[in-house]
Design a protein around this ligand. Structure first.
Ligand SMILES: CCCCCCCCCCCC(=O)SCCNC(=O)CCNC(=O)[C@H](O)C(C)(C)COP(=O)(O)OP(=O)(O)OC[C@H]1O[C@@H](n2cnc3c(N)ncnc32)[C@H](O)[C@@H]1OP(=O)(O)O
Length: 314
């Protein structure tokens, strides 16, 4: 970390805290080929409403996205961002929820697009290489990979200031069950339930076979990316979470890979019916799949996931 002079003030509880800026990010701030686009993109847009946007509407909530700075390069092909994942973004206690990381990746793919074009995420593939501890100021490097017609392929890496790689994503879960490993107050999804306009309904039914779930989720109008459309990261979060619930009925594990296909924009006013199913187990590898539908059976999102069971010695 660099000196405190390269620091920002953040809200933590009722007190303000000074967080040092990672040195790599400091370099980007001074690099003339990058511009700070943290405020412009959404504010200047008539497509987005910051007060209803999934990420931005969480920014003022203590312990959540405490910093969210985005620098875009002049060629509009890459962004470098600083996101401080606060203590209230957990899945497993002290570890940032995979859905939350996916959300940030999806969001920043969007920002990288927005510097050139506006688009919808069709596909998101996230590989969680190492658990990301909360209270990390993460650096997210997003870049345009290639274009094929209307398809824009992008990739990103989530690192810390020392260059440790935590997550890799492209666009297009250790043992628990012990007390204290999940803390509802700090859990990404659960801690969102008391906030008006977020996850207005979140009801999960687990099948007796302990291999499948059916859930009813009403996202409400404050979890949007594009206005009136549920944020892809938010859908990914719910899928990751419900894969976790499916696992927890019988087993424990960490998400290693989350693969989400967004088939149709999901309107915020839709009551989503989300099914998850354990597909197969190969050694420590547990494969799951999920569908997000409406009550009429129209499919909006299909997701698959790989969970890794703890090593037998763990
Ligand atoms: C009421 C309250 C309810 C509450 C319910 C709460 C639910 C919370 C749900 C949230 C779930 C999350 O978001 S969890 C948070 C996000 N995820 C993470 O932070 C995990 C970060 N990653 C890791 O810690 C690690 O990479 C692991 C644990 C995933 C794997 O490490 P490992 O244990 O050392 O295993 P490793 O040998 O690497 O891999 C085992 C096998 O899996 C394969 N493998 C590993 N990663 C991948 C990958 N991304 N894609 C393909 N394959 C992979 C390897 O090739 C190998 O195959 P082979 O050679 O054996 O064939």
């Amino acid at each position: 970390m660099s000196e405190v002079s390269n620091a920002v003030e953040t809200q933590n509880g009722n007190s303000k805290e000074i967080l040092a800026i990672p040195s790599k990010f400091d370099t980007i701030q001074k690099d003339a080929s990058y511009q700070n686009i943290s405020t412009d993109v959404l504010v200047d847009s008539n497509v987005f409403d910051v007060t209803k946007h999934y990420i931005h509407s969480l920014a003022d909530i203590n312990g959540k996205y405490e910093q969210f700075f985005v620098y875009g390069d002049g060629a509009k092909t890459r962004t470098v961002s600083l996101v401080h994942f606060g203590e209230n973004l957990c899945g497993h206690l002290g570890i940032v929820h995979g859905g939350c990381i996916s959300t940030v990746c999806d969001e920043l793919f969007g920002w990288t697009m927005v510097t050139g074009h506006v688009g919808f995420t069709a596909y998101l593939n996230v590989n969680f290489r190492k658990p990301l501890p909360t209270q990390t100021s993460a650096l997210i490097f997003t870049e345009l990979d290639r274009r094929e017609g209307r398809k824009v392929f992008m990739k990103s890496r989530v690192e810390d200031d020392e260059g440790n790689l935590f997550t890799e994503a492209t666009a297009f879960e250790k043992a628990f069950g012990e007390d204290g490993v999940i803390n509802v107050e700090k859990h990404f999804i659960h801690s969102l339930r008391n906030i008006g306009g977020k996850y207005e309904t979140f009801v999960v039914y687990g099948h007796n076979d302990k291999q499948s779930t059916t859930s009813f989720v009403y996202f409400g109008n404050s979890l949007c990316g594009h206005e009136g459309i549920v944020h892809g990261g938010c859908i990914s979060t719910v899928c990751d979470e419900l894969f976790g619930w499916t696992m927890i009925m019988d087993k424990a594990g960490f998400t290693a890979n989350l693969n989400v296909n967004f088939r149709k924009p999901l309107k915020a006013s839709t009551l989503a019916v989300i099914t998850t199913e354990l597909e197969k187990i190969e050694g420590r590898k547990v494969y799951l799949k999920s569908k997000v539908q409406d009550t009429e059976g129209n499919t909006y999102t299909e997701a698959t996931s790989l969970f890794i069971l703890p090593r037998p010695s763990q």
